[in-house]
Ligand binder design. Structure first.
Ligand code: ADP
Length: 623
């Protein structure tokens, strides 16, 4: 019998769902990984750039602060106030110009000049240059206006004369409280840009309108970060801050806003266009300083993380698949073992049921056998009794003869005695009476034999005198022998022989065998039967021989079968030998039949000899 396995696999639709789930999960994981790794990389980049930006701003601020206090210092020089009060003094103008030139040189500034209250430049460090500032009016510049308001003026602009970018510091020159004019120092920030250009980040400084005026990228200059309104552009033009320069637009596109100072922007450049923009205010100057760092490093970091996450995910999926397969195999094996166990249990159950049934059947059969055996025994006992009665029947004629004869004799003796007594012949009468007495004794003997024959067996196997049993049997068959004129010879040992048997039954067996022998020799001219007894090896051997026709060979194996007979219905039932055989068997002896060489049959009966002890107990029992 083969055991079928439950096919443990996923359906196609389930597989598709699982695949979709795995892919979806991969998508979610990758998206999340990209998000996190980008954030981390951005944070790192931001930290780096923040540092750069701080340095940049500090540098810029340092540059400006270096000059910030100089105009104020200059304003305290009485030379300047004197000249503002008396501008027509030629000696003092030269002296002042020279003074300003010296200061300018020492301070390494671009230009240093003095303006009167109307905004006219009246003395300048570049008094000897081709295009000196003297005689020019800069009253429109905000730094002048701030100074005239009593404050430190600051301004960034493209020089209208020099066409160079400069940062202007202006400070009022006072006569007591009254402001007479302003002293201005212009510095250039050109070298500053140069020194920062080597870094990979781009730097840009914007004015309050968002226009870049300092940048490490030359193309960005005078461009606004975001598109500006026309009015704003017009205002810028009006202010002449960038003189006649065209105000363009960088037009950056803001993307992810990270914090107040940090934002991802797109610079419009197709390659590497995404940048991290960091902003720091410079409130005193009114500037905003920006750094732009390319996101290439961030992107490559994200890519690396994605690659790593994908590999890790695939490894986990493979591991899960492997474990799933293993568990599946273990489960399959468990299922197989369970099935095999169940099959085995079922088989054992079936076999056990078969065995139980067979056992029950066997017990029933044994019980039936026992009952049959009992019935058989009963039947046999009854048959033995029946056979006895049959033999009795057969003997009845002989018995009749045996009894009638003495009865008739008794009668005649009685008649004779009475007649003799009437004649007073007492002696003769006494002789007749004596004959009567002898005859009645003989009749009593016959009657006692019949009593023995009819009595039921005791069933006890005891020590019995063989000679006595043979005598009893012959008494029963005696009339038969006499009637058929059969000669019976007895060859018996002189000493008494005791065998273990049931006396009545042994008599019955002998009666049967002798009766059969009588029947066998019936047709012979000389009818002869012999009973021979001998002992050998603890056994008594009793042979009943006859000179009849013997037993036909074909019948030899059947004569002990019940109801086997070759005789007519009224003479034999075919039970004698079978009953005899069984009786002898019960006595632990044996009964066999054979044909004699000289003709006729011989039946041999073997019985255990009784030991001395048995003999004694047998005698006790007989009492
Ligand atoms: P029954 O005498 O009623 O036939 P038995 O069982 O005593 O039944 O004998 C069975 C048969 O055995 C007899 O019918 C006879 O054929 C055969 N048989 C028995 N004794 C002798 C014998 N002494 N000689 C020949 N045949 C015998």
């Amino acid at each position: 019998m083969d055991i079928k396995f439950a096919h443990f696999s996923l359906k196609k639709s389930h597989r598709q769902w699982l695949l979709a789930a795995v892919v979806a999960l991969l998508g979610v994981i990758l998206w999340q990984t990209a998000h996190w790794s980008r954030q981390i990389a951005l944070e790192n980049l931001q930290q780096q750039n923040q540092h750069q930006l701080r340095l940049f701003v500090a540098n810029l601020q340092g540059q400006l602060e270096k000059y910030e206090f100089l105009p104020e210092l200059l304003s305290t020089n009485s030379l300047l106030l004197n000249f503002l009060q008396y501008p027509n003094d030629v000696n003092s103008i030269n002296a002042l110009n020279r003074y300003l030139e010296t200061i300018n040189k020492v301070a390494n500034a671009s230009d240093t000049y003095l303006m009167n209250a109307e905004g006219w430049t009246i003395a300048a460090s570049n008094w000897l240059s081709e295009r000196p500032f003297i005689g020019r009016n800069f009253s429109y510049r905000p730094y002048f206006q701030q100074a005239m308001e009593g404050k430190l003026g600051r301004y960034f602009a493209l020089g209208s004369t020099s066409n160079r970018r400069g940062y202007y510091f202006a400070y009022p020159v006072r006569d007591k409280e009254k402001i007479q004019g302003a002293v201005v120092m212009k510095i250039e920030l050109l070298g500053f840009e140069e020194s920062w250009r080597s870094l990979k980040e781009e730097f840009a400084v914007t004015d309050p309108d968002g226009v870049i005026f300092i940048s490490t990228n030359d193309t960005w200059r005078y461009k606004s970060l975001y598109p500006l309104d026309d009015t704003v552009i017009a205002r810028i033009h009006d202010s002449q801050r960038y003189w006649k320069a065209e105000i363009g637009t960088l037009a950056i596109t803001p993307k992810d806003r990270i914090s107040e100072q940090a934002q991802v922007v797109n610079l419009g450049d197709p390659r590497h266009s995404d940048h991290l923009m960091l902003v720091q205010e410079m409130p005193e100057a009114g500037w905003r300083v920006h750094t732009f760092a390319s996101l290439d490093a961030v992107n490559s970091q994200v890519l690396k993380s994605l690659l790593f996450a994908t590999i890790l995910y695939i490894a986990v999926v493979l591991l899960v698949l492997y474990l799933y397969q293993r568990i599946r195999r273990i489960k399959e094996r468990e299922r197989f073992e369970l099935r095999a166990k169940r099959v085995l249990e079922r088989r054992v159950g079936e076999r056990t049921a078969d065995l139980t049934a067979a056992n029950t059947r066997l017990l029933q059969e044994i019980e039936e056998h026992r009952r049959t055996d009992e019935t058989l025994r009963q039947t046999q006992d009854e048959l033995i009794q029946a056979a006895k009665m049959a033999a009795l029947g057969q003997m009845s004629s002989g018995i009749n003869h045996e009894l009638n004869q003495p009865l008739a004799a008794i009668r005649s003796y009685a008649d004779n005695a009475r007649a003799l007594l009437t004649r007073d012949r007492q002696e003769e009468a006494s002789w007749n009476l004596q004959q009567i007495a002898e005859l009645t004794e003989r009749m009593a003997k016959i009657s006692s034999q019949l009593k023995v024959f009819s009595r039921k067996t005791s069933g006890q196997i005891v020590s019995v005198s063989l000679q006595a049993v043979i005598d009893n049997a012959l008494k029963i068959v005696g009339p038969q022998l006499k009637e058929t004129e059969t000669v019976l010879r007895r060859v018996l040992p002189e000493e008494e022989i005791y065998v273990m048997s049931d006396m009545v039954q042994l008599e019955q067996v002998l009666v049967n065998l002798i009766t059969n022998a009588v029947h066998a020799v019936e047709q012979q001219a000389e009818r002869c039967i012999q009973i021979a007894v001998s002992t050998r090896q603890g056994k008594a051997i009793i042979e009943i021989l006859d000179n009849g026709p013997g037993i036909a060979k074909v019948n030899l194996g059947r004569i002990f079968d019940p109801f086997f007979t070759t005789k007519s219905e009224d003479r034999g039932l075919g039970l004698g030998l079978s009953i005899s055989y069984r009786i002898v068997e019960m006595m632990h002896g044996s009964l066999t039949a054979a044909n004699r060489e000289q003709g006729g049959a011989v039946f041999t009966l073997q019985l255990d000899l009784a030991s001395v002890a048995q003999l004694r107990s047998g005698q006790e029992l007989a009492k």
